[in-house]
Design a binder for this molecule. Structure first.
Ligand code: E4P
Length: 219
């Protein structure tokens, strides 16, 4: 399973990349707006740091302008993936960009049928938003299972990025549901390392090793 960081914060991305477990990054207008940086410069810096797929989102909602924005975005780096909102014009843009060899990530997916349309148009990735579905009383992960089944039934190569992840349980469920990728906030990644039994075990090992060394030194 590939792990992407869902952030535009360069320090978090550097930390994750340094651990050697980050395959890519997703950003969105909200995440970028939290950073005091020029959008294009930050995307470039992220691309140079992660050297893998980096989703940068268009803000237009009409076909012509989405294409124009996409053409500018891919000039930033070979790693840029153009994030396109799930709209009829967005799907039309994905079809065009796919024919131009430009990678796309269809965002704001809330149903398996939206994912099917994106895959048909040739999207490289689809991003179902799990946490936001949970927020409105649905079980978000169900759509990941359904998208997985549809893509497997018809051999679509579009990869599923499980997005809007709020906690480690989402990551576990995404892996069990067959998501190709999970994109997570840095805080969730950090928590994935942790288990109290690991700390207790480590403490015991170090105490016992110290006792053993004292015994050897006093022999
Ligand atoms: C995915 O690409 C989005 O950036 C993200 O996962 C949205 O998450 P949120 O619902 O926590 O804002």
């Amino acid at each position: 399973m590939k792990i992407f960081l869902d952030t535009a914060n360069i320090d978090e991305i550097k930390k994750g990349v340094n651990w050697g477990i980050i395959d890519g990054v997703t950003t969105n207008p909200t995440l970028v707006s939290k950073e005091n940086s020029v959008f294009e410069d930050r995307i470039k810096e992220i691309c140079e740091t992660v050297k893998g797929p980096v989703s940068a989102e268009v803000v237009s909602t009409d076909y012509e302008n989405m294409i124009k924005e996409a053409e500018q975005l891919v000039k930033i780096s070979e790693h840029v993936v153009v994030k396109i909102p799930m709209l009829p014009d967005g799907i039309k843009a994905v079809k065009k960009l796919s024919s131009m060899g430009i990678k796309t990530n269809v965002t704001l997916i809330f149903s398996p049928l939206q994912a099917l349309l994106a895959a048909k148009a040739g999207a490289t990735y689809v991003s179902p938003f799990i946490g936001r579905l949970d927020d409105v009383g649905n079980t978000g992960m169900t759509i990941v299972e359904e998208i997985r089944q549809i893509f497997d039934n018809y051999f679509y190569e579009t990869e599923i990025i499980v997005a809007s992840v709020r906690h480690t349980q989402h990551v576990l469920e995404a892996a069990l549901a067959g998501g190709d990728i999970v994109t997570i906030p840095f805080g969730v990644l950090d928590k994935m390392f942790k288990h109290p039994m690991t700390n207790i075990g480590l403490e015991t090992f170090s105490k016992d090793w110290k006792k053993y060394q004292d015994y050897i030194n006093n022999k």
